[in-house]
Design a protein around this ligand. Structure first.
Ligand SMILES: [Zn+2]
Ligand SMILES: [Zn+2]
Length: 266
């Protein structure tokens, strides 16, 4: 699980009431237009999450003390901490419903960005399992269960009714292999591993193979198998030049693009 903590968001510990256990977790969406800019810019996801918290805390009628959700899931596969573990949500509609389930908001809306990415569904699943490992029961429901609302939208509600499966049918925590990589004129298939700058740093043959390929293409990059900030910076530049999602993460698209032989100008 790729967790963005409250600390990283610059937020103090949640002031929400303690809620050590629940029957399970309810899935939400934003229920408003959401910009597709989120798809190409993870910093827009962070800003979106900051804005959601600010709008909730500005809602004096509800008297919110924090963002209403326990966690959110962004299109790039990050779990964004909200109230976090062991806190009562304020998102489910009323107090009995808030006592009964935690909440996870998938950052999609009813216009613009409406379709969750596979990485996003994996992140939502990560959040559900994280909650289950820390007091949540097995129930996975939608906001509309027991409350008159469209939330979480038909797409996500169908997914919820299916048991919130990981895309592709895998049962492993993300990052998990995506469906078949984009066909490339040549080059190895995507190994199914997302390369991203993280702690601890990734060090393996996949990172080395990608660095070697980028070096062969003429990029100044150290080929040592360590995927850290320098590799991620090269990745971002490459993604920007190729019109890919600029997130510094080598996933199936970035991998396939790097190994294509018909686009080697850099
Ligand atoms: Zn909702
Ligand atoms: Zn994101």
């Amino acid at each position: 699980m790729q967790l963005v903590t409250r600390d990283q968001l610059g937020w103090p510990p949640s002031a929400a009431a303690s809620q050590p256990t629940t029957l399970g977790t309810k899935i939400h969406y934003e229920g408003t237009p959401v910009s597709t800019d989120l798809l190409s810019d993870h910093s827009a996801c962070i800003q979106e999450w900051q804005d959601i918290r600010a709008s909730h805390m500005a809602n004096t009628a509800e008297g919110y003390v924090d963002v209403a959700y326990n966690f959110a899931a962004c299109p790039h596969g990050y779990v964004l901490e909200g109230r976090g573990l062991g806190r009562e949500t304020a998102a489910n509609g009323n107090q009995p419903l808030n006592h009964a389930h935690y909440s996870v908001c998938v950052l999609v809306g009813d216009e613009g960005l409406t379709q969750p990415t596979d990485a996003q569904l994996n992140a939502a699943r990560d959040a559900i399992e994280y909650l289950q490992a820390n007091g949540a029961g097995d129930e996975i429901k939608g906001h509309r269960d027991g409350y008159p609302t469209d939330c979480p939208g038909d797409l996500l509600y169908t997914w919820v009714q299916q048991g919130a499966p990981r895309p592709g049918g895998g049962s492993n925590p993300s990052p998990s292999p995506a469906p078949a990589p984009a066909p490339a004129p040549s080059g190895p298939a995507w190994p199914g591993e997302y390369l991203r700058a993280q702690t601890p740093m990734i060090h393996d043959d996949t990172a080395r193979a990608w660095q070697q390929r980028m070096s062969d293409r003429g990029w100044r990059i150290t080929v040592d198998g360590w995927y850290g900030p320098a590799s991620a910076a090269v990745c971002r530049q490459f993604q920007a030049e190729k019109g890919l999602t600029v997130d510094g993460i080598v996933g199936p698209d970035t991998w396939a693009c790097a190994f294509r032989t018909d686009n080697v100008t850099n």
